[in-house]
Design a protein around this ligand. Structure first.
Ligand SMILES: [Zn+2]
Length: 330
């Protein structure tokens, strides 16, 4: 077991009620949420907490500019990725603990120490701190649109590529590596491959967050498939989890060829199909030209971050890429 926050993990139907125990020793929680979540669950949470809580809507909050109340003593992120990320940033900037109460399981940021920030149309990551607790109420998360769950599964499936490439980066370019974290994440990946349940997915996402904060970087959970998705973010084709999963078979193809992946690209494609995750350029809205351009951009991202891409390891040329992409039925 990896020793990293969150140490308190409460998952189940109706567990939103248990947030009252977590907040017992705090007087002024600030709940970061959005209007939809607030209109659905606001009254219920207010009843649970009495009048001591204060809400802030994520769309009217500007980090670093809108001050929080002086007496706020804990932050709660209650909602989707944006609410969770805003809670993370607020907790860091005000030196407070925070609790994650996700309403969707769309990516592995629910319990990570990294927030995704969009500034002037450019997206980047900011190191924050992990939540002290995650309260995952399955009856709430189950009501989120199915695409969010598919994206969440996709973000875990992408570890088929990121883990193998991490090992390659270590063996071939001496990138930092941790055997225990590698095994821990492999277990999380396998749990989701074997079990479709929302609870298993959320636990895997939490473990992914723990792995990244214990290791001190996203490398265990993010390789060339994530860099391709970051390149695709320039045009925003789909959700993060969908994009990283889409790029995974291509990376796994080359990782298998290098002897680093036990999986074959065909296995990943079959899995994507089974989980209703787009696996062709048509489904995503790419063509061969834009696909290759995104891969080129992804390789620049990898080099800039001193992460060794399997595509650089094999010195894959465009002609080979085009052949492989076609051959895999992309
Ligand atoms: Zn991811």
């Amino acid at each position: 077991m990896i020793d990293a926050d969150p140490h308190i993990i409460i998952i189940g139907n109706g567990v939103i009620n248990q947030v009252i125990n977590l907040l017992e020793s705090y007087s002024h929680p600030l709940i970061v949420s959005d209007r939809q979540v607030y209109s659905r669950y606001g009254v219920r949470l207010d009843e649970l907490l009495g009048t001591k809580d204060r809400w802030v809507m994520v769309d009217e909050y500007v980090i670093g500019e809108t001050p929080i109340n002086e007496d706020t003593d804990i932050i709660v992120g209650f909602g989707g990725g944006r609410s969770i990320d805003t809670a993370k940033l607020l907790a860091r900037d005000n030196n407070l603990e925070w609790i994650a109460m996700p309403t969707a399981a769309s990516h592995d940021g629910i319990a990570s120490d990294v927030a995704s920030v969009t500034h002037n149309g450019y997206r980047y990551s900011e190191r924050c701190k992990s939540p002290m607790a995650v309260v995952g109420d399955l009856s709430i998360i189950a009501e989120a649109p199915a695409i969010l769950r598919h994206a969440g599964i996709g973000d875990i499936i992408s570890k088929m590529s990121s883990l193998a490439e991490w090992k390659l980066g270590h063996d071939e370019k001496d990138e930092p590596f941790d055997r225990e974290i590698f095994e821990f994440m492999s277990d999380a990946l396998n749990s989701v491959i074997q079990d479709d349940s929302l609870e298993t997915l959320i636990r895997a996402q939490i473990n992914s967050g723990k792995a990244m904060s214990a290791f001190g970087s996203s490398r265990p959970c993010s390789g060339t498939e994530h860099a391709i998705s970051h390149a695709m973010d320039r045009e925003q084709y789909s959700l993060h989890g969908i994009q990283v999963a889409f790029a995974t078979p291509l990376c796994v193809y080359y990782l298998h060829q290098s002897g680093y992946s036990e999986y074959r690209a065909e296995d990943v494609i079959a899995l994507l199909k089974a989980k209703s995750i787009p696996h062709t350029m048509d489904m995503i809205g790419l063509n061969m030209e834009t696909m290759i351009d995104n891969i080129h951009h992804a390789l620049k991202i990898m080099r800039r971050r001193n992460r060794y891409s399997v595509l650089d390891y094999l010195n894959v040329q465009d002609s080979d890429l085009i052949r492989t992409i076609s051959g895999l039925g992309y």
